[in-house]
Design a protein. Structure first.
Length: 263
C-alpha cells in the first residue's frame, strides 16, 4: 500500500474505538496519531495524555505544548500526569530493562487515569520502524494491551512525516527524540544531577543550531552525536572551541565525537 492507502487503513482501525486516550510526547508519531484520532472520533472523544517528569527536558515540554496549542487541543481534552521515575528502584539502576520498567509503570498510570474520563483504549505511536530496534518498552505495551494503530496500518517513519507535512502538523520535521535517561550507559545510575547536566549541555548545543544532537556522558568524558548536516560544522575552529570550552566548564575532561552521524 502507498502512504495514502495506509492512512485510510489507520482511519479504519480508529473507527473501531469510541473514546480513547493518546499517549502524547509531542513527536511526529504521536502527533499524527492524535490528529487522526480526533478527525475520526471527534475531538471530545480523544484525550492527549502526557506524562511529565525529570526525564523530559523543559524544551521538549514546551515543544509538545506548542503542538497541542497549534492543533487546538483544549485543556479539557488533555490529561497531564506528574511521574517520578527517580524514586523507582528498578529504573534508576539502569539495566537493559530500564525502558520496560518505565513504560510499564507509566502506562499503568495512564490506564487508570483514562478510565476516569470514560476512555476504553490507550493508543501508542509505535510504528513499523520501531520494530527494527531493541525496544524493551514494546513488551510493556503488549502486556498492557495498549493499542498501536500506526503499526497496525503498516506506517513507517518516513510515511508518518509525509502525512504530518500534508496535514501541516507542527512536528512534521521534528527530529526523533528520546528521554534524557537514554543518554547514560547501561549500569550508570540515573540521577537528577546527571539528567540536569545532560539537559544543560544539549540546550547549549540546540542554541547553536545543533538540532537533534545527543550528549552522552561516559565517566569523565562526553560523547557528542550530531546529525550528518552538522558534522562539518564541528570542523570549524571557532565552533569547536566554543563547544569544548562549554562542555569542559560543565565538568567533562575530554569531548569526543561519534563519527557516525545521527539519522
Amino acid at each position: 500500500m502507498d502512504c495514502q492507502e495506509k492512512y485510510t487503513a489507520l482511519t479504519d482501525v480508529l473507527k473501531s474505538y469510541e473514546r480513547v486516550a493518546v499517549a502524547f510526547s509531542g513527536g511526529v508519531d504521536s502527533t499524527l496519531l492524535l490528529h487522526a484520532a480526533r478527525s475520526v472520533l471527534g475531538q471530545k472523544n480523544v484525550f492527549a495524555l502526557r506524562g511529565l517528569s525529570e526525564l523530559v527536558s523543559q524544551a521538549e515540554r514546551n515543544s509538545a505544548e506548542n503542538v497541542l496549542t497549534d492543533m487546538g487541543v483544549t485543556t479539557q481534552e488533555r490529561i497531564e500526569l506528574a511521574l517520578h521515575p527517580l524514586i523507582w528502584p528498578e529504573f534508576i539502576v539502569n539495566t537493559a530493562e530500564r525502558c520496560y520498567f518505565c513504560k510499564k509503570r507509566m502506562y499503568k498510570t495512564f490506564l487508570v487515569e483514562m478510565e476516569k474520563v470514560g476512555c476504553t483504549a490507550l493508543l501508542d505511536g509505535t510504528n513499523v520502524d520501531d520494530l527494527k530496534d531493541q525496544r524493551p518498552g514494546l513488551r510493556a505495551i503488549h502486556e498492557l494491551s495498549v493499542k498501536t494503530p500506526l503499526l497496525d496500518a503498516g506506517l513507517n517513519k518516513e510515511e508518518i512525516r509525509t502525512l504530518a507535512r500534508q496535514f501541516e502538523l507542527l512536528s512534521h520535521d521534528k527530529p526523533s527524540n528520546s528521554c534524557l535517561a537514554t543518554r547514560f550507559p547501561q549500569g550508570t545510575v540515573v540521577s537528577e544531577e546527571g539528567l540536569c547536566l545532560v539537559e544543560k549541555c544539549e540546550d547549549f548545543l540546540h542554541s547553536r543550531d545543533f538540532t537533534g544532537c545527543r550528549v552522552r556522558p561516559s565517566e569523565n568524558d562526553v560523547i557528542l552525536e550530531v546529525n550528518g548536516k552538522d558534522m562539518e560544522r564541528l570542523a570549524i575552529s571557532s565552533v569547536r572551541v566554543e563547544i569544548i570550552h562549554f562542555l569542559q566548564s560543565a565538568g567533562f575532561v575530554r569531548v569526543l565525537v561519534d563519527l557516525t552521524p545521527r539519522a
